[in-house]
Design a protein around this ligand. Sequence first.
Ligand SMILES: [Zn+2]
Ligand SMILES: [Zn+2]
Length: 392
Amino acid sequence: MSFISRFRQALRSDLESPKAERQLGKGWVSGTVALILAIASLFLVIGLLYPEWFTFKETRPFYEKPVFHVVLLGVLLGAFVLAVISLVLRQNKILGFTALFLVILATTLGGANAHSHVAQGSPVYLGMDWFVLNIIFTGILFVPLQLLFPRYPTQDFFRFEWREDLFYYFISTMLVQVLTYAALWPALTLTSHTHWEAFRAAISGQWLVFQVLEIMFLTDVVQYWVHRLFHRIPWLWNFHAVHHSAQVMDWMSGARMHFMEILVLRAFTAVPMFILGYSQAALSFYIFFVYLQSTFVHANFGWNLSTLGRYLVTPRFHHWHHGIEKEAIDVNFAIHFPLLDRIFGTYFLPKDKWPDGYGIGGHPVPKGYWKQFWYPFRKQSPAENASEPPGT
Ligand SMILES: [Zn+2]
Ligand SMILES: [Zn+2]
């Protein structure tokens, strides 16, 4: 085994340590947080060095502000201090030393004062900073929520297949530019061929709250039917099966989605958002909201939320969509309004009950990002066609 794979194995096994080894005072919490902060700061420093290649265009002006550099310095210092605490407390030094090495590397590259070395611009970029900002923001919101009110209290932070879902998160945020461009292309092309300016002005002139509610309803109707087709048509199901292959539900499970499915889903839902002329504020608010809600509905959050659940999709409602039971097959397609499933006859929410498990019976989807990426394209042998769409 090479040094790198031995190192990865050792790091992984320390992150996935048994509970007794993760108690406060054992140096696990400090080591893990140090490692996360160290990776985050290294990525941000690389972004500062090569903004044209590794940063999201929309976030670039933010890096000019002094406050960003102060925060980055704070993150580097925090990672350093926590790494030292972990090294003192923990018998296994791999977390502490890895974090310390990454902090030193980020500092050597320029740290919080790193400057761009790229003379000319690049039209194509990766959202390395977008990945960091996204995962830290989402983690700060959802990790405490899951720790305080879990559905599955014994579920670990580094649970089954956490690396796979993190990699899904990484890819879809790194490719933010390609995804946004490709997904918006049909909607913007259609919009440029429509000439109903008065109608569009009336739509964008409504109160923001009405605009957002209308977008939620229209995109959910589109999403409902695209989603249902993904379940119904065998070829499409092989793409969507990847999302349903998650056997554990938490804030990162929703990220597991085949690249092609993300594109198709976003391309279709973008059409009503853009063609009807909603204001930029309404679009931005909606995109933020749908991101939060789709993360929330996958989370390991144990409240039944029965009253709210009559009007809005909750974790329990969407967990049933992922349930492994027979009754959970082809139900609860909506992502905002359960009303759509009531209207179209696919509503299933037994009182106060949760599914017994998650995934697809027989677990036909292979493990790992790349195997899952090629899974729908492979010519499947009859035996492999065990992954029939649930409803057929
Ligand atoms: Zn589904
Ligand atoms: Zn889901």
